[in-house]
Design a protein around this ligand. Sequence first.
Ligand SMILES: *Cc1c(COP(=O)(O)O)cnc(C)c1O
Length: 361
Amino acid sequence: MYDRTYNFSAGPATMPVEVLEEIRDEMLNYRGSGMCVMEMSHRSKVFQEIYDNAEADLRKLMNIPDNYKVLFIQGGATLQFSMIPMNLMKNGVADYIVTGAWSKKAFTEAKKFGDVKCIASSEDRNYSYIPDLTDLPIRDNADYVYICENETIHGTTYQTLPDTKGKILVSDQSSMFLSKPCNVSDYGVIYGGVQKNIGPAGMAIVIIREDLIREDLDPKTPVYLRYDTHAGAGSMYNTPNCWAIYVCGKVFKYLLDRGGLEAMNERNVEKAKVLYDFLDSSKMFKGTVDKDVRSLMNVPFVTESKDLDAEVIAYTKKAGFDNLKGHKSVGGLRASIYNAMPKEGVVALVECLKKFEAERG
Ligand SMILES: *Cc1c(COP(=O)(O)O)cnc(C)c1O
């Protein structure tokens, strides 16, 4: 009806049509307020209600315990690469597990702030697996252990959480946020940029255990980069990303209406299976990561050559499938199949790839 393509972008990424339609309908006059949410004061009653509902619905979706704060912070996930060490390092020590481009970036940034060590890595095989997590050399004085739970570029995901030997676990969930149930109390901090699996770009959600929000930081820490600033001001120390909060709130409601995260997980497992089954049976295409750690959200795959990869990308694009080019560090193709990608989109993509293989094979 809208002539939309199936958009496999890793982020910003496809959103539920029903949510986009609701936003359209409320664009000029949000529920009798006489204005668009973009035009509203963040201090107004009507916006505060949008905010409160968004937070309440997220808490319901993820079953977030009362002793965790939910913060909406600008700067995307990348700003958290710095905020985490700045706020969580008491001893100045942190241990990182490096499983791909995003955890590597976070690790590199954290090193500026203290004694930061990579305690396990899968770099030796281009991040195509998750290292053994059972007996990690976690240091006694480590302030936290850091993971990126779903590597968006490399396409791996943790099947179990590492044994942190009692240390706080910090997880970047950007590309798997709300894709499946999550036991929040297993973590000290969960965070992610929202433009992968939730809403528009320009914001991160940080879910942090209250006792980890410290006031005794280096006094030079910029006020905006302190969790206590955001926690103490209901994420409105300054003007927040009102638009992202509004749209994310709609997505939270949409997910609740469709059975919550259990239901999402079932759909995501089923959807990813369509693509992985095809890759496993194809002679032309193959997945790039170990089967036991394949992501349900980001599926990188390759043919035998770069030239053929490029041909497939052009072929699929012509057929109405967009943003399938893989990240340059992996090459080939990547299909990001977040919550909002319908199963029909994946089925149709597989049909298209089969057709290509039949024509060329
Ligand atoms: C995209 C992404 C980031 C960076 O997000 P920004 O919001 O662009 O800063 C960090 N971590 C992961 C896992 C990502 O997928």
